[in-house]
Design a protein around this ligand. Structure first.
Ligand SMILES: *Cc1c(COP(=O)(O)O)cnc(C)c1O
Length: 251
């Protein structure tokens, strides 16, 4: 018999975590090259963590939260404790979205942005669902295009050279969506002693082929590298484990 020992003895002070990350974001923002002027937004990624941890983060002033599994986001967004304590919560969906799960996501209270639009088909389906269910009462749904900057087959996202076409499609054809910019996940565990992260460079390069690049949001940078990300222009950093603590790999 195989026995798995799970030792989750770590105790995490989420409020202190939020304070710490917000401070580091401010310092990194001040050190940016002058051409980057947009404020940097923190999305706290609470995947696998209980709603109590999210409520602690909310109490510390955090409003933007990210989840990347549909089922988990759906459960958390309608959790009575979240609805009661986090009335102004803003959910970012940051995972792969299958078309058959769209309705589940777009009906959720507090849904703020979908960061992972990576095809015309998905854009159109999200657009139609939002138009039908939410547009009238809630206005347009904010979205980002997810770009596959590391050219790995396993990763989702549109190829960098296809970004302008998808960008134009969404702006022209998806009237229920408000396209705010681009997002990448990038290769895991990049070694910064080797210089700037090529995924970040590739995403920033995509901006040069789009109208009004300085007005667009760019979402990249996680616990290990959000400060590096801010230095090269990121405006949305998605930070999980540095706030909520170690996350065991999915068994
Ligand atoms: C989990 C996750 C994050 C946060 O990762 P950490 O390394 O825990 O900060 C950011 N973005 C996406 C898409 C994720 O799935």
């Amino acid at each position: 018999m195989i026995r798995r020992f799970v030792t989750m003895t770590e105790s995490v002070d989420v409020k202190a975590g939020i304070k710490n990350i917000v401070e580091r974001i401010e310092i990194a923002s001040r050190k940016r090259p002058e051409k980057f002027k947009n404020p940097v937004q923190l999305v706290a990624v609470g995947k696998t963590k209980p709603v109590e941890a999210l409520i602690d983060a909310y109490d510390a002033g955090q409003r933007h939260f990210g989840e990347n599994y549909v089922k988990e986001l759906a459960e958390k967004a309608i959790d009575p404790k979240i609805l009661e304590n986090c009335k102004d919560i803003k959910w970012h969906f940051i995972g792969h979205l299958q078309t058959n799960k769209i309705n589940k996501v777009i009906k959720l209270p507090g849904l703020y942005m979908i960061q992972t639009i990576d095809s015309e088909k998905l854009a159109e389906a999200v657009n139609n669902a939002w138009e039908k269910n939410r547009l009238e009462s809630d206005g347009k749904l904010k979205v980002l295009i997810q770009v596959n900057t590391s050219a790995e087959d396993a990763k989702n996202g549109v190829d960098p050279d296809k970004v302008p076409e998808l960008f134009e499609f969404i702006n022209d054809k998806c009237k229920a969506l408000k396209l705010e910019g681009l997002m990448t996940i990038g290769a895991f565990g990049y070694d910064y002693t080797k210089g700037p992260n090529p995924d970040f460079t590739a995403l920033m390069e995509c901006l040069n082929h789009l109208p009004n690049p300085e007005s667009l949001q760019v979402s990249f940078g996680m616990s290990n590298d959000f400060e590096e990300a801010i230095q090269v222009g990121s405006t949305i950093v998605r930070v999980g484990s540095s706030i909520f603590g170690f996350r065991p790999k999915k068994l």
